[in-house]
Design a protein around this ligand. Structure first.
Ligand code: DC
Length: 225
């Protein structure tokens, strides 16, 4: 991986395996891992605390502008810690009350502008792997390697449900289905930076693939010159 082009970009819908895969690759290759969805989630958390609703676009933009957010990735343990004003909110932001609001917040143009700026700043000068919805299209259109992960909706719903269950978050499979369908619709039809596959991204359908297999395929591509 070239030192002058040290960015790997992974995009895809919820449940496509982006986070699991990006974390694994970051660990294997010693890259800095940036979960951009966690950043939008942190803003949703901050807004809840401040009593600002997603329809208040100016209020949201102000919050995004002033957000004190940091991501600490420990490549040894493979764990990502999300710090808002120094407080660890890594687990809280995975809860359904945050997931419910986050796609509405991520639609706001000014919010996205602030978040993209922050994402670029976090990655600056580091060999990084970023995952989200607009990494290859907007945040780093000149990334060294770009990937678009996908899986069929039933598989993505199953994965997300099992993940929440494992985290001890009480939710039923029907609610997960509704959430994924709603977010797929909002994230891919919004006006600003909708979820799209970049024309030069490698497309991987992970539906019938094991995690290691996907990671191997991506690492092969990264190591190709
Ligand atoms: O990947 P995730 O489920 O944690 O993302 C939460 C939401 O944030 C997702 O529904 C859309 C939004 N998002 C975005 O708009 N752009 C990104 N780069 C990452 C996430």
């Amino acid at each position: 991986m070239s030192a002058s082009k040290p960015i790997v970009a992974i995009d895809g819908p919820a449940g496509s395996g982006k986070s699991t895969i990006a974390k694994l690759i970051a660990k294997k290759l010693g890259l800095f891992y940036i979960d951009t969805g966690a950043m939008y989630r942190a803003l949703a958390f901050k807004a809840k605390k401040a009593g600002i609703t997603p329809d208040n676009e100016n209020g949201m933009a102000e919050l995004a502008k002033a957000i004190d957010l940091d991501l600490r990735y420990d490549a040894q343990t493979g764990k990502l810690v999300v710090l808002l004003e120094g407080q660890d909110i890594s687990e809280e932001i995975r809860k359904p009350y945050i997931t419910e609001d986050v796609s509405f917040i991520a639609k706001i143009k000014e919010v996205r502008e602030h978040m993209v700026r922050l994402q670029r700043r976090l990655a600056e000068g580091k060999r990084s792997i970023l995952e989200g919805r607009d990494i290859a299209t907007v945040v780093f259109p000149d990334a060294y390697k770009k990937f678009y992960l996908d899986a069929n909706p039933a598989e993505r719903i199953k994965r997300r449900y099992l993940e929440m269950k494992e985290k001890g978050i009480p939710i039923d499979e029907f609610s997960v289905k509704k959430d994924i369908e709603r977010r797929d619709r909002i994230d891919s039809t919004r006006e600003h930076a909708p979820l799209r596959r970049a024309h030069d991204a490698v497309y991987i359908d992970t539906t019938d693939m094991a995690i290691d297999e996907v990671a191997r395929r991506i690492i092969e591509e990264i190591e190709k010159t």
